[in-house]
Design a protein. Sequence first.
Lengths: 154, 154
Amino acid sequence: MTVSHSTPALEFDAPETVLNALRSSGLRVSTARRIVVHTLFAARGPLGAEEIATGLDGRRPQLDVASVYRNLETLERLGAVRHLHVGHGPGRYVLAGSGEREYLACDRCGELVEVDPGELDGVRAEIRERFGHEVRFTHFPIVGRCANCRQGGG
Amino acid sequence: MTVSHSTPALEFDAPETVLNALRSSGLRVSTARRIVVHTLFAARGPLGAEEIATGLDGRRPQLDVASVYRNLETLERLGAVRHLHVGHGPGRYVLAGSGEREYLACDRCGELVEVDPGELDGVRAEIRERFGHEVRFTHFPIVGRCANCRQGGG
DNA sequence: ATACTTGCAAATGATTTGCCAGTGT
DNA sequence: ACACTGGCAAATCATTTGCAAGTAT
């Protein structure tokens, strides 16, 4: 897009956007943070802290996990990152981008589907009516058996 | 009910029912198992392994947690017990009774609501139509903010 | 130069496992 | 008696924290 945008509230759409947010908060832009941010931008979905520490290719231990966790927490406080818990596995982190994202996971194949905005509004409304709870499947996704796995799929 | 029942498939409705299931499976009815089973029957909801080990009153360490976990697993294999994961906390175990139960949890006050059978059929149907996933909120409950907590309630 | 950051080790919390002594059948 | 169980300690996994050394500003 060639549209001139006047710095929309908080749109972390590129690595620099996030790094600038760090600077603006008086925090430092360290090598470790660059790596965490770039790794998240290079990912195609939520990543575990271990994956970030090891690098997407799983080869080199680019960072200590402890540092990864500390930085992910810092980035979450800035609103640039969020995380979710899929089944039993470790927490998984994603760039917050322009907003929250809801997920649907398969408890057999582990597939994690990102739900389009609004697609769960009906579900949300029904649950709110019946129980009064306001639900959001952003931090704890809906867990079920996907169509493929349901039919014995492998 | 005073209805004469001809041993309905698997209805674990009393401590002895479960203990008999153990015997029938060639497993032993040990003191530890009696305690686990009785504690679960005495509970008003899903319990953590630690609570079972310590006793509902939290006083005496009646059993070693390791034994509790081992026995809970055994009981789950028998179909007498099942467990769920609420938010970040430890796993929580319940008697399976006559069937599965779905839950709804509040991420603020921690309240765990047992959903009446069928109450989530609409939700289930909608999710299945849209995504093809067959969902069941028995192992991973729906997480949200309950009505009371939503309005600043405390 | 100074405060923020990092790596490494040790601590936590939940759950599992090895091992040998104890016990249900 | 004998195999199944229990307690206790040690191991695992994910995550956090303490601390001294390193670095961004």
